[in-house]
Write a protein that binds this ligand. Structure first.
Ligand SMILES: Nc1ncnc2c1ncn2[C@@H]1O[C@H](COP(=O)(O)OP(=O)(O)OP(=O)(O)O)[C@@H](O)[C@H]1O
Length: 769
């Protein structure tokens, strides 16, 4: 049975003969299609739905038929959803199914020859279908809540320093992606692939402005925080964990409590195997200090983590970068299988797919300088280029050909000649114009409109996650392991604390109780309260790495901010206790501070509280200044100010009012640290008085009141309690800042993107209008 060849109306010239590789023809304008008079106008209008399913007019071996017993209205599009490409494609004769009572499916020679058939009832139509498809359609019907994502006339602009105006990086893009489909975004480097992904995922930078309509199931709905998963270009992973640990911890965080531990383990391991990482299961991911996985392996770990829950909407930014062609094929094949089986919606930007990988995608969005060169079925892109005068040379990978044709970055260096005597800039103009006036562009617009009119379900957050308690426990455990293995987090600091405390201990060795020891004790305690706690800043770079992982996981909805804060707080406690006890004991006992274990316990507890406080302060800094160098400078500056007006370098009564005394003196944690340490040390001691005319001995209380101007109206325990209170306050502030930023950022973006009366699009000057 030969399938008719359609020459779509948008075709500027008759279709040239095609090689078997070039594959199918798009079902073109439905006006060209013969229809039975009994078919309603409405049903004919449904035909453009079929544009994705096309004739495989290469070698045909077996033809399997599917009989429609009740011919009335053509089935809706989900029913004709993607059929495990490339195994089955609907023949173009499907366009006449309503008159012919027969839909023909063309099966390439190498696949799907023998099938069992069974009857399936869909929308009132009984169809005989191969078992495999029946299963797929059952899934489709059950998972009716798939995600249709549409975007219409999408513009994104950024400030242009040269002109002082704004530069468009996406220019009027329109497109869609449907459940069970994988859309590939391709184009030369810098054409706007990541920007398009970020825009669709609601993750644009704050300096960008966006115009146009992005709808999910025909509704305006916000993406992010658990409604979709996004694998970014950078692999932000916990470098100290092995592949197995990283994926398993993530499984414990994301999968519901109702799943048993062994099921979660099995899910994690099978996903690792799916990504071909079984050999590297026990290898640490590694980072700048320790070599671990290769770049391509890290890429696959990132994908693994996001595939664990089989998200309804998955964005992949260059999932195959760093992978060899075989690994790229297997990774993409797996992703496409998941999309098809579970009706997931996947959008992937991709750089240089091999022809095998390229053929896996259902649709292609080809961009150049933020403009659409082509949007439509992958299988028809080759023909589109041929028809516009840029045929793919034999034996060349079509995707290579497309990218070479439209890459104008090297126009001055390379020979002309891909499309006759045209430069890439000229080729781009031809293709952009041709696409705009093509029938395929009309079909895309119509499909977008149809999806929007369907007004499907609203987007739900990933339900069924691990409970809050489980997330806190898992995050505490994961963070504890990370802190243990990351030398920079605490161990390096521990070593330096030991060295510093030995220095303090030897400089102030056996301080005694002379009159001169009053000043020495005060200085030594001030050093502990100020500098030893200041050193807690040393863990900031590691914390910034944690924050990056948190941001990624948070945006993908793995857990909440509160779980992160709790996990980070509890995991750090053992290390901070160790650092305050061991080096603290060295300094305390070498110097010979007040005897009695209770005094030492207070000393270590205050040191511990101050270190926690500095870490909490640095968390706030990290939430505002995510760059670690700027963060360290900011944190050091804040602490420097606090140290200065903490009541040692300038006594409290001498601090200038109002600013330095009120409120700064009371905000600086050094005030409470100093006063707590002083009370702990001086209360109960007496010193010989060397001042002329005074009593023979002076008491600790006298020194506290008159030398150090300490407030004695409350006990030393209140000072330490205030510091613990500040720790809680700072951590709650961190939580509040993150939550507020999450709420306010989209509002600001929406405000900036609001339509104004005089809003005009920024045109690309390179485009020949
Ligand atoms: N927030 C921003 N501010 C300024 N310019 C931006 C911003 N985001 C993107 N751009 C610019 O927009 C253009 C497109 O960037 P984008 O990262 O989307 O390209 P891409 O196609 O993903 O590139 P690659 O394949 O190299 O990753 C680039 O020139 C980039 O510098």
């Amino acid at each position: 049975m030969d399938s008719p060849t359609y020459v779509p109306r948008w075709t500027p010239s008759p279709s040239p003969p095609r090689t078997p590789r070039e594959g199918p023809v798009i079902l073109g304008d439905h006006d060209d299609i013969e229809t039975d008079s009994s078919v309603s106008e409405e049903s004919v209008h449904d035909l453009p739905f079929f544009q994705n399913y096309s004739t495989h007019d290469g070698k045909k071996a077996s033809i399997s038929s599917t009989r429609i017993k009740n011919t009335s209205v053509p089935p809706p599009i989900p029913f004709l959803g993607p059929i495990e490409a490339p195994s089955l494609r609907l023949d173009s004769s499907v366009s006449r199914f309503s008159e012919a009572e027969q839909v023909t499916m063309v099966v390439p020679i190498e696949e799907e020859i023998n099938h069992d058939y069974s009857t399936l009832n869909l929308n009132g139509m009984n169809m005989e279908m191969p078992q495999r498809i029946e299963h797929k359609y059952d899934n489709q019907m059950m998972a009716s809540n798939g995600i249709h994502l549409t975007w219409k006339d999408l513009w994104v602009t950024v400030p242009d320093k040269k002109t002082g105006g704004r530069r468009a990086i996406l220019q009027g893009l329109t497109g869609y992606v449907e459940p069970g489909q994988v859309l590939a975004i391709m184009g030369p480097s810098g054409c706007g692939k990541s920007t398009l992904l970020d825009t669709l995922a609601g993750r644009l930078d704050s300096n960008t402005r966006q115009k146009g309509e992005i709808l999910i199931n025909g509704r305006r709905q916000a993406l992010a925080f658990g409604t979709s998963a996004y694998v970014t270009q950078d692999d932000t992973l916990m470098t100290t964990l092995t592949v197995r640990e990283a994926v398993y911890y993530s499984a414990q965080l994301q999968l519901p409590d109702s799943m048993s531990k062994s099921e979660k383990k099995e899910r994690a391991e099978s996903t690792i195997r799916d990504m071909g990482l079984q050999e590297a299961m026990n290898t640490r991911i590694g980072g700048w200090s320790v070599k671990g996985l290769s770049g391509g392996q890290k890429r696959r770990v990132s994908i693994c983590i996001e595939l664990l829950t089989r998200p309804k909407l998955l964005f992949l930014d260059e999932p195959t970068s760093g992978l060899d062609s075989a690994a790229s094929y297997h990774v993409m094949n797996r992703i496409i299988k998941i999309a098809e089986q579970d009706r997931r919606t996947v959008i992937a930007s991709i750089h240089q797919p091999s022809s095998e990988v390229f053929e896996l995608f259902h649709n292609l969005c080809l961009l150049s300088s933020g403009r659409t060169i082509y949007f439509g079925p992958t299988s028809a892109a080759n023909e589109y280029f041929s028809l516009n005068g840029f045929p793919c040379p034999p034996m060349r990978n079509p995707s290579d050909h497309f990218l070479r044709t439209i890459n104008k970055d090297f126009d001055s260096d390379i020979e002309k000649g891909l499309g006759g005597n045209k430069t890439a800039a000229e080729a781009i103009n031809i293709l952009v114009k041709s696409y705009k006036s093509s029938e395929i562009s009309n079909l895309v617009q119509r499909r977008v409109l149809e999806i929007c009119q369907q007004n499907g379900g609203s987007l739900e957050k990933k339900g069924n996650q691990a409970s809050f308690i489980t997330q806190c426990l898992v995050l505490t455990r994961r963070s504890f392991v990370n802190m243990y293995r990351d030398l920079g987090y605490y161990w390096l600091r521990f070593a330096i604390y030991i060295a510093l405390c030995l220095c303090v201990g030897t400089i102030y060795y056996d301080i005694g109780s002379t009159y001169g020891s009053i000043q020495a004790r005060g200085s030594m305690l001030m050093f502990v309260a100020a500098f030893l706690t200041f050193m807690a800043i040393g863990g900031f770079p590691s914390f910034v790495e944690d924050m990056k992982i948190f941001t990624r996981e948070r945006l993908n909805g793995h857990y909440g901010v509160a779980s992160f804060v709790i996990g980070n707080t509890f995991s750090s406690i053992p290390y901070l206790l160790l650092i305050s006890l061991a080096p603290g004991a060295i300094a305390y006992y070498l110097v010979g501070l007040q005897k009695g274990i209770d005094h030492f316990v207070y000393f270590a507890l205050m040191l511990f509280a101050c270190m926690m406080l500095v870490e909490s302060l640095m968390m706030i800094v990290a939430s505002i200044v995510p760059d670690f160098l700027m963060g360290i400078i900011t944190g050091a500056g804040i602490q420097g100010v606090m140290m200065l007006n903490g009541g040692f370098f300038r006594l409290p009564d001498d601090l200038p009012k109002p600013f330095w005394k009120y409120p700064m003196y009371y905000i600086a944690f050094h005030k409470y640290a100093n006063q707590g340490f002083y009370k702990n040390e001086f209360e109960g001691l007496t010193f010989p008085n060397e001042q002329v005319g005074g009593p023979a001995v002076i008491t600790g209380d006298y020194i506290l009141r008159n030398f150090w101007q300490v407030e004695l109206g409350y006990s030393k325990w209140v000072d330490v309690a205030i510091i613990f209170g500040m720790v809680i306050l700072y951590r709650v502030m961190f939580l509040g800042i993150i939550k507020t930023a999450e709420k306010v950022k989209p509002m600001i973006r929406a405000f900036l993107a609001r339509p104004t009366k005089r809003s005009t699009h920024v045109q690309d000057p390179t485009l020949d209008h």
